[in-house]
Write a protein that binds this ligand. Structure first.
Ligand code: USQ
Length: 440
């Protein structure tokens, strides 16, 4: 199958390209390499070294014996997208080419507007290019579980039956996104659904949970084929950040109560699910929604998982609660469905601990990259628009209420959460010293 990947240089895009090519698909893709710039803009760096764009192309040639049609271009430039599609004639378009960070979009007016303009316009361009030059192509659009928010109801896959004043209908499940970035994905969902309706486009909208890890068998042969792994406040996601924190002895930064629940999945599950979606396309005009995650966990559970695996390999990994820079529910009902992908053959990775372990072992060889950018770990972008660094919460306090999370003692027998890192509760930014003995 000819597959076009928008965002082919990204955390998911490049691994997906490798995974598909290794299974015989023909792959092409576009990227403006912006992720590399954004991470630098917020003071971060990929914890695992990644090859340049040119080196990735050389590694691809060495690995597969053919060249990858990977073009640097802007998806908001319609002529670029349309001409590429006209030439390549994709049978599937996988859209991973968007600004993916909630905090980045919350930074200020310019970052909010840029995020929405970029994401909404580039999705519209892909829809128009499919309509105009590749009308039979299937769009696999990366949305996010965050589109649904955290309602007090079970979350179906996109649609639900509603009864209102004696009448019933099947309607899109309400979207209650929690950031300007997540809102951009909601707009995309509406636009994609509409395009399927009016033009007969085939579309799969993937409500993906939080991806973690950087392991994929196809990347093992050559370090130039590796994907990135970020840990900064914007582009590092929870488990990846916790693992990077653990290898440098930084406390795992649980925001607020830590009882926020989200769907999570390892990288390998993400690329496997995307492949299953594209190998099983919907009918023309069908817009379907897949919820894509391995399972739902609280942040506190994940911090504990990282801590216990880290302890097994000799890392301390204390857990610490920080005042939450986000406006989000810290304790809530969360019960999303994920049946569609299981029906297509998805077998979720069950051993999350093994993925965390592999990540920690990998990261240990690159700890100096994290240490030298440790300033990017503590968030200062706040949902209320202020820029102020989060500070550790004292015992039994949170912005919302009392109960500290029930975290078991670490292997050293210390209480592992709920106490300021330093007696004055300060630091962790410029003054952060990784080796803080006796404190958790
Ligand atoms: N969190 C912490 N400590 C941290 C980082 C995060 O407690 O150091 C908490 C956050 O407060 C939040 C949860 O962990 O409650 C998830 O945050 P995250 O940064 O891991 O992920 P999020 O901002 O939700 O966004 C990520 C990706 C985004 C994707 C989304 C899927 O960056 O592209 O759309 O996960 S989902 O979360 O299902 O919406």
């Amino acid at each position: 199958m000819r597959v076009f990947i928008a965002g082919i240089d990204g955390y998911l895009g490049f691994p997906l390209a490798l995974h598909l090519r290794a299974r015989g698909h023909e792959v092409a893709g576009a990227d403006l390499l912006l992720r590399r710039d954004w991470v630098a803009e917020v003071g971060g760096i990929s914890a695992l070294p990644i090859a340049s764009y040119a080196d990735r192309l050389r590694a691809w040639q060495d690995r597969f014996g053919d060249s990858l049609d990977f073009r640097i271009g802007d998806l908001t430039d319609y002529a670029f997208v349309r001409d590429f599609f006209a030439e390549f004639q994709p049978e599937t378009v996988v859209h991973l080419g968007q600004m993916p960070s909630a905090p980045y979009s919350m930074m200020d007016q310019a970052h909010c507007v840029w995020t929405q303009r970029n994401n909404v316009v580039n999705n519209l361009n892909l829809l128009w290019a499919i309509k105009e030059v590749a009308p039979d192509a299937h769009l696999v659009k990366l949305g996010t579980m965050g589109e649904y928010g955290t309602p007090g109801l079970d979350i179906p896959e996109g649609f639900f039956e509603v009864e209102f004043r004696g009448r019933k209908d099947r309607l899109p499940f309400p979207r209650q996104a929690g950031s300007w970035y997540h809102q951009s994905k909601v707009h995309d969902s509406h636009n994609t659904h509409f395009a399927a309706k009016i033009w007969g486009i085939r579309a799969t909208d993937i409500m993906q949970g939080v991806v973690f890890g950087a392991q994929l068998p196809e990347m093992d042969a050559d370090p130039r084929l590796r994907t990135r792994l970020d840990f900064d406040q914007c582009f590092g996601t929870a488990i990846n950040r916790f693992c990077c924190q653990a290898v440098i002895g930084h406390p795992l930064t649980v925001f607020g109560l830590g009882r926020q629940k989200r769907g999570f999945l390892p990288l390998i599950d993400s690329v496997t699910c995307l492949r299953l979606a594209l190998e099983n396309p919907p009918e023309p005009g069908e817009y379907r929604v897949f919820n894509q995650f391995e399972n739902a966990y609280t942040i506190e559970e994940l911090a504990q998982l990282v801590q216990s695996v880290a302890n097994e390999i000799g890392l301390r990994a204390p857990i610490k609660r920080y005042d939450n820079p986000r406006t989000e529910q810290e304790e809530h009902y969360y019960q999303p469905d994920r049946e569609h992908l299981l029906r297509l053959g998805y077998q979720p990775t069950r051993d999350m601990g093994a993925v965390v372990r592999a990540m920690l072992l990998d990261l240990q060889a690159h700890r100096e990259r994290i240490e030298t950018h440790a300033d990017a770990l503590i968030p200062d972008i706040r949902w209320d628009g202020e820029r102020r660094r989060s500070t550790p919460l004292g015992p039994q306090t949170s912005r919302r209420e009392a109960q500290p999370p029930s975290v078991p003692p670490t292997s050293q027998g210390e209480a592992s959460t709920g106490y300021p890192l330093r007696p004055d509760g300060e630091g962790l930014g410029e003054g952060f010293a990784p080796d803080i003995s006796g404190e958790s």
